[in-house]
Design a protein around this ligand. Structure first.
Ligand code: NDP
Ligand code: 2IT
Length: 456
């Protein structure tokens, strides 16, 4: 195998590599962004290691194994047929079966799914568990739909998705717009169609094979990771002001753990705007937020009114004075200007609960200003990690206790932190470049598995 042009690790390599990616995937700007972020760290690493120069590893990693799309037809409450598009992007299964969430979002595109599937390969590798990377979903807007409509949509989606998934093939879970309710309907249809009760989805209800703590795992994991970052920098969470964006699964469980660890959550948001209070959220107030958002589908504006908090219509949380920022809503929700405002207001740590919430410009500004920055593929890996533990429990036909899962989650987050430090630290106890560390550690694990299995 001597077909490779060797990388020198300079900017020209990166430009040449990205030109190819852009040419092969025109107009997919989120995918380009995610690949660029990884390639910028990994190409110099490849240049330094002969072992990784051969076999076009990064070229193969940036080409999904397959992208399938299908029509999802269903009948709404008015008896009208509705048609949507469903997808599954199976990116790489060199270290384990495909694994990753399903997103229901009217603006969903193949570019977004490819960026998410690509990042998932690195994230899943970082967990240390045997899971490959995938992502899927549909351009369906669950907002305003009745419970019956959600059920019928999930059943119609599974009528197609069933052909591509399975406990040892591809194991979907939740993401934006897909939580325990949707996974329940998807699982029911899978079980009915296949006549098998197996762990082909994770994030199930605890009474039928779901893991304890899966719902909380992403948000809790973000805080465990932040704690590890602070420990290393001789800090702690006590009294720290935290700005959180979003008010969904990740945001609310990040808020819950932050409060439990003594921090002050000063913002939450949704696509309508931000609620803010400098004193921070009390534990009982969080219960009210959860009830209003999760059970009754209220908007953050209504929650702010109920709690007597300030509401800023159409605004993101990044103008709030805070020590820590946790973007937990969606991709590219925090840009370079937002980053500058956070830096000017004294923010010292940013950890991504969402996938790629910070633009490339924002990340660069954080790093230039020595703000500790953790990318989503490291900081939000707790969700997929507990999904991996759910898969293990299903395969063992066992149910682990909440305490056991929590212990495992904390250990996995610490291991991810240490992997980032190994590849992103200077070896002398200086600040860690978590982005670089996560990219290289994920690449190394995946590359070693691909090399061992031959060119495929
Ligand atoms: P949810 O659907 O539970 O919540 C999403 C939240 O983000 C809602 O509050 C939503 O507000 C807000 N939001 C969505 N789009 C926008 C937007 N364009 N502008 C402002 N706010 C927006 O999703 P999750 O909490 O599960 O996911 C959030 C992020 O975390 C995503 O990036 C996801 O990929 C990532 N993630 C999720 C994991 C999981 O286990 N669920 C695991 C790892 C990462 P609104 O109601 O107004 O739309
Ligand atoms: O982005 C993610 O890691 C998820 N949405 C969770 C995936 C999973 O399989 O639990």
């Amino acid at each position: 195998m001597n077909d490779d042009k060797r990388f020198d690790g300079d900017r020209k390599d990166l430009e040449r590599f990205m030109d190819g990616v852009v040419q092969r995937n025109p107009d997919e700007k989120e995918f380009h962004q995610a690949v660029h972020e990884v390639a910028a760290d990994v190409l110099p690493f490849i240049a330094e290691h002969d072992r990784y120069q051969r076999g076009k590893l990064l070229e193969r990693m940036t080409e999904p194994d397959r992208v399938v799309s299908f029509r999802v037809s269903w009948i709404d409450d008015q008896g009208q047929p509705q048609v949507h598009r469903g997808w599954r992007v199976q990116f790489n299964n060199a270290i384990g079966p495909y694994k990753g969430g399903l997103r229901f979002d009217p603006g969903l595109t193949e570019s977004v799914l490819k960026f998410l599937g690509f990042e998932q390969c690195f994230k899943n590798a970082l967990t240390g568990l045997p899971i490959g990377g995938a992502k899927g979903g549909a351009n369906f807007d669950p907002k305003g739909r009745s419970d019956d409509e959600i059920m019928r949509f999930c059943q119609a989606l599974m009528n197609q998705l069933v052909h591509y998934i399975g406990p040892n093939r591809d194991i979907p879970a939740g993401d934006i717009g897909v939580g325990q309710r949707e996974i329940g309907y998807l699982f029911g249809q899978y079980r009915t169609l296949t006549r098998e009760f197996v762990g082909a989805l994770t994030g199930k209800g605890v009474s039928f094979g779901g893991s304890e703590l899966r719902t909380e795992a992403t948000g809790y994991g973000v805080l465990y990771f932040v704690q590890d970052m602070l420990d290393r920098a001789d800090g702690d969470l006590d009294g720290q002001r935290i700005a959180i964006s979003g008010a969904g699964n990740v945001a609310l469980h990040a808020a819950e753990k932050a409060i439990a660890l003594g921090a002050r959550v000063v913002t939450l948001s949704d696509s309508g705007g931000t609620m803010h209070d400098a004193d921070g959220l009390e534990r009982e107030q969080l219960e009210t937020v959860k009830r209003m958002k999760q059970d009754r589908g209220c908007r953050i504006e209504q929650v702010a009114e109920k709690l007597g908090w300030d509401f800023q219509e159409g605004k993101a949380p990044w103008a709030a004075e805070c020590d820590i920022a946790l973007p937990c809503a969606t991709q590219n929700e925090l840009d370079g200007d937002d980053a500058q405002t956070l830096i000017d207001n004294g923010c010292r740590l940013v950890a991504e609960g969402a996938n790629m919430p910070c633009t490339a410009d924002a990340v660069e500004r954080f790093q230039d200003a020595d703000v500790l920055y953790a990318p989503g593929k490291a900081a939000n890996a707790g969700g997929v990690a507990v999904s991996g533990l759910e898969r293990a429990q299903n395969a063992q036909h066992l149910v682990w206790t909440r305490d056991r899962v929590d212990d495992e989650l904390q250990k996995i987050m610490r291991d991810i932190h240490d992997r980032c430090e190994r590849h992103g630290g200077d070896g002398n106890g200086g600040p860690v470049n978590y982005r670089k560390g996560a990219n290289i550690a994920g690449f190394e694990k995946l590359a070693d598995a691909m090399i061992a299995q031959g060119v495929l």
